[in-house]
Every structure is written in structure tokens, then in C-alpha cells.
Design a binder for this molecule. Structure first.
Ligand SMILES: [Zn+2]
Length: 54
């Protein structure tokens, strides 16, 4: 069973689906489910937009 580190969503099986992602945060591997991945991407893109505005 694989569990999302953000929302706690679980997925049956040893490996997460391809739609899930793995992110290194503060030296720790965090697993995001598909919806959290989308959310995370939006945050990252938001940061990029912010840095572009500086
Ligand atoms: Zn999640």
C-alpha cells in the first residue's frame, strides 16, 4: 500500500501509480497522489511566476 504524504490518500499495491509523484522536501522523499501533484505543480508554477515578476 502506498500513501500520499500530503492528504493521506492510499493506493493498493507496492508501487504508486504513474500519476503520483515523488518530491524531495528538506531531504525527505514525499509522495504526492495525482490530485496533490496537480496542486503541488500549481504552487511551483506560482513560485516561478512570482520569481519572474521580481
Ligand atoms: Zn494527496
Amino acid at each position: 500500500m502506498v500513501v500520499c504524504d500530503l492528504c493521506g490518500a492510499s493506493h493498493e499495491g507496492d508501487a504508486p501509480p504513474l500519476t503520483w509523484s515523488l518530491s524531495m522536501e528538506a531531504g525527505q522523499a514525499k509522495r504526492f497522489c495525482d490530485s496533490c501533484t496537480r496542486e503541488h505543480l500549481r504552487v511551483v508554477e506560482g513560485k516561478l511566476d512570482l520569481s519572474r515578476g521580481w
